[in-house]
Design a protein around this ligand. Structure first.
Ligand code: IP8
Length: 265
């Protein structure tokens, strides 16, 4: 790629209502599409999570455990279908805000092995970004050469894209201000960490609470673990609250913003 891309993740917990199956948060999707459009980043890849579109169905059919029974096959199909519905809402918003977005379906270009990405078709993505298009990928049900199938989290995808395409930075939009010492939704003494190195993160990580909502791919704890390989390669990660206006915009513009910077140190 001629310009190092920024990889932006839009978490499922803000673009959907995670407690209500198949419920999008259209207002937030629209606002985020507007912020992405206004920020005018020259080289951008967007990934979004599953929220209440992917996780409930994936859990119902035990998809993360892999294939063990023919009755799960319909669950693979339904999980992917639900994700395409959420994705089409994101795409409609982006395109209506004049972002030249194009869908790249992970189920069609990624193969996993034991729950980790084994291979990804990269050429179309490279050409898209060089053409000024914004590829949009999402957490998805994906075929797995060991387990039959698996759930690919948007976070694993973000790290893999950032490493494969030499990203300059990763911006993770979530529903909290950044990384806290405790889960801020249940613990008032939780403190926002504005900057942390990988070493500090490794020793603090037992204090980071996982998500309480239905999340088959690990919530905040899973997020942090997944990002480590990218941070090790000197790719800076910025966690911001995408439910608050202009945080994603400022992060994309490289302006000062409330959040957590994670770097190798
Ligand atoms: O919300 C998982 O992606 P995530 C997507 O980024 C599915 O963990 C299909 C559950």
């Amino acid at each position: 790629m001629s310009v190092k891309p920024t990889v932006l993740k839009l978490g499922g917990s803000e673009i959907t209502d995670k407690e209500k199956p198949l419920t999008p948060n259209l207002q937030i999707i629209e606002r985020l599409a507007d912020e992405i459009a206004q920020a005018k980043v020259s080289s951008l890849i967007v990934v979004h999570g599953g929220g209440s579109f992917g996780h409930h169905i994936a859990k119902q059919y035990k998809l993360t455990e892999g294939y063990s029974d023919p009755s799960q096959v319909v669950g693979f199909s339904e999980t992917h279908r639900a994700m395409t519905k959420l994705n089409s809402l994101v795409m409609d918003s982006l395109i209506s805000h004049n972002v030249n977005a194009v869908v790249v379906q992970p189920s069609s270009c990624v193969v996993m092995k034991a729950g980790r990405i084994q291979s990804m078709e990269k050429k179309p993505l490279i050409r898209m970004v060089d053409m000024g298009l914004v590829p949009v990928l999402y957490g998805d049900a994906v075929l797995d050469s060991d387990k039959g199938f698996a759930i690919l989290s948007g976070d694993q995808l973000v790290t893999s894209l950032a490493l494969n395409f030499g990203a300059s930075r990763i911006i993770m939009g979530g529903d909290v201000d950044g990384l806290y010492t405790k889960d801020p939704k249940v613990n008032k003494s939780a403190r926002l960490v504005d900057r942390v190195t990988l070493e500090e993160l490794k020793t603090q990580k037992h204090d980071i609470e996982g998500s309480k909502a239905t999340d088959v791919t690990g919530g905040m704890l899973g997020k942090v673990r997944e990002l480590i390989p990218a941070i090790e390669q000197n790719i800076q990660v910025l966690l911001v609250n995408a439910t608050k206006p202009l945080r994603v915009y400022k992060a994309l513009r490289g302006e000062e913003v409330t959040g957590t910077i994670i770097e190798r140190g």
